[in-house]
Ligand binder design. Structure first.
Ligand code: CAA
Length: 241
């Protein structure tokens, strides 16, 4: 029986590419989305991947959502914590609302989702958790104290959980994408992108969502059992660590 994979924020951007790559690799895939029902509907009819709407920042909604995915598709063996938002502003202009929104979705979301699947993974002695962090959690980014803090937090979370689950057949890894060509980049002013970000990418272009997806499929594989607690940087050479 095919394993079940759940991808948060799985109907758009990097998440959509991840959902599709896992489907192609033979997984039964569920994709969550927060609010863009139109995009989710288009994604579902294009791919046949079932989509579920809930807010990953809401612990109880995650509990209900995961139960509903598991009752339709079966136990979740692969969790990809991909959903994320940006609310960029320099700290001296950042509101408490912008801070809270990013921490809640990007960091609380990883806890809320892992907490729902961890008991099942422990009981079955198998699991693959892949957290999509960011280059900006590794190096920091002007205008992103909230996002960089959440994404760096996700890296600590990944390593701590990897230790807790290492003997149980569960791996926990992080991927740090650099600047990838998705709608999220629409929030970056064009002049900042062209004059300040692109020149810092040695490969000379933005990444493609599929270039992140192939790494997720690699880490999700059954024979990737010795890779845990790792951070994979996929950033066109922009930050080498
Ligand atoms: N480095 C140094 N100085 C910078 C700078 C930078 N990267 N960006 C702006 N500045 C300077 C400006 O030139 C300006 O200087 P002057 O006052 O001397 O003219 C000053 O900082 C502006 O500061 P403000 O506080 O007034 O900032 P602002 O209100 O103009 O907005 C910003 C700044 C919101 C940070 C805007 O530049 C921005 O959106 N930058 C992009 C941030 C970014 O990279 N986000 C990534 C989103 S994609 C993503 O997050 C996905 C992923 O994982 C990679």
């Amino acid at each position: 029986m095919a394993r079940v994979a759940l991808v948060t924020g799985g109907t758009r951007g990097i998440g959509a590419a991840v959902s599709q790559a896992l489907q192609t690799a033979g997984y039964r895939v569920a994709a969550t989305y927060a609010g863009n029902a139109e995009a989710a509907k288009a994604f579902m009819s294009r791919t046949g991947i079932s989509s579920y709407q809930w807010d990953i920042g809401d612990f109880d909604a995650c509990a209900i959502g995961v139960k509903s995915v598991e009752s339709s598709l079966g136990p979740i063996d692969v969790l990809v914590n991909n959903a994320g938002i940006v609310r960029d502003a320099t700290l001296h202009k950042m509101s408490r609302t912008q801070w809270d929104a990013v921490i809640r979705t990007n960091l609380d979301g990883a806890f809320n989702m892992c907490r729902q699947v961890i008991d099942g993974m422990r009981a079955r002695r198998y699991g693959r958790i892949i957290n999509i962090s960011s280059i900006n959690g590794q190096k920091g980014q002007f205008g992103q104290t909230n996002y960089s803090a959440a994404k760096a937090g996700e890296l600590g979370f990944t390593r701590a959980l990897a230790l807790e689950t290492a003997r149980l057949g569960i791996t926990v890894n992080a991927i740090c994408p650099g600047y990838i060509h998705t709608e999220m980049l629409d929030a970056v002013p064009r002049d900042v992108l062209e004059n300040s970000i692109l020149p810092q990418i040695p490969v000379g272009r933005l990444g493609r969502p599929e270039e992140i997806a192939r790494a997720v499929v690699f880490l999700a594989a059954e024979d990737a059992g010795f890779i845990t607690g790792s951070t994979m940087s996929i950033n066109g050479g922009q930050y080498m660590i």
